[in-house]
Ligand binder design. Structure first.
Ligand code: PMV
Length: 309
């Protein structure tokens, strides 16, 4: 049996604007992962089963546009296998679907890693990322590429469309609490909403994207210089700009306000928005109080992670 996994991710700064060419920074969340087990099958062909969604199918019978099947097929193509091996692939995920934590890209990367390792050839992070990007395109037409990049590299990255991603180190690790509103929100819907508003009020949206881009660079410099205490205000400013892009949600606002009132240094939504998850920057001494307040406010799930830890 071969086991492989891939982490979830959070976008720290810059979601949505990143689709329009501005930079964004994201970090893997190793506490929440997708795990894949590959075992030899009894008869020829690849059987895929996903524990959390209940999906189960033979690759040869998969419908056109099935993302899992595409991830498998791309891996077989990359390994240039002459014949179809007899395998069972089992997927289990800690990551909520459509919640801004990169579940779809993590499934693809875990699948690519598991299959390629089982078949005797590991693929580079760059290759894994490019393949997962092709699968992301099935989920929504214009993915920026940030999810597949941070998940495949497994390290904090600065990402900008058209430039090679930069992996960066975090000299002073910082703690985040990630809280789920429990409201699923497909990224494609949020991205499509932003696009239609951008088409109507282009100059205004371009200005907002520029402001987000500047803020991302400031945050990147603060992280690289080991000054995470500067991130609180930047998270709050990014959240206000996301509200102006109209991708927030009353439930997100509520959890953000609760986290701040309980002592978080700053908080914002993370990912596509309109539901999904928010992140709060906390000092280790305040973490349990903020977590308790979020839980009391009805967050459906909390994850604590140390960026750079
Ligand atoms: O919701 P997620 O985790 O897929 O993140 C989406 C991030 C966006 O910037 C909104 C879209 C993208 O493709 O970058």
């Amino acid at each position: 049996m071969t086991r492989a996994s891939a982490p979830g991710k959070v976008i720290l700064f810059g979601e949505h604007a990143v689709v329009y060419g501005r930079p964004a920074i994201a970090a893997p969340v190793s506490e929440a992962r997708v795990r894949v087990e590959v075992t030899p099958g009894e008869r020829e062909g690849i059987f895929v089963e996903a524990e959390d969604t209940g999906e189960a199918f033979w690759l040869r019978e998969a419908e056109e546009g099935n993302p899992l099947a595409l991830a498998v097929q791309l891996t077989l193509d990359a390994l240039a296998l002459g014949s179809s091996p007899a395998l069972r692939v089992h997927i289990q995920s800690d990551l909520p679907i459509a919640a801004g934590l990169g579940s779809s890209a993590a499934v693809s990367v875990a699948m690519i890693r598991g299959l390629s390792a089982h078949l005797g050839r590991e693929l580079s992070a760059e290759r894994q990322s490019a393949m997962a990007y092709q699968v992301e395109e099935l989920h929504h037409g214009t993915p920026s590429g940030i999810d597949n990049t941070v998940i495949a590299y497994g390290q904090p990255v600065r990402f900008q469309k058209g430039s090679p991603p930069t992996v960066f180190t975090v000299p002073a690790p910082f703690r985040l609490i990630i809280a789920d509103t429990g409201l699923p929100s497909p990224t494609g819907d949020a991205v499509a909403g932003v696009r239609s508003r951008w088409l109507k009020t282009r100059a205004r949206y371009e200005r907002l994207f520029d402001e987000i881009g500047d803020l991302v660079e400031t945050a990147h410099r603060a992280i690289a210089a080991g000054r995470p205490s500067e991130l609180g205000t930047l998270l709050d400013r990014n959240q206000r700009l996301l509200e102006e892009l109209e991708v927030s949600h009353p439930r997100l606002q509520e959890l953000i306000a609760v986290a701040r009132a309980a002592g978080a240094e700053g908080a914002k939504l993370s990912g596509g928005g309109e539901g999904g998850n928010m992140i709060a920057l906390v000092r280790p001494t305040d973490a349990s109080e903020v977590a308790a307040a979020l839980q009391a406010a009805g967050a459906s799930r909390l994850i604590q992670t140390e960026v750079g830890g």
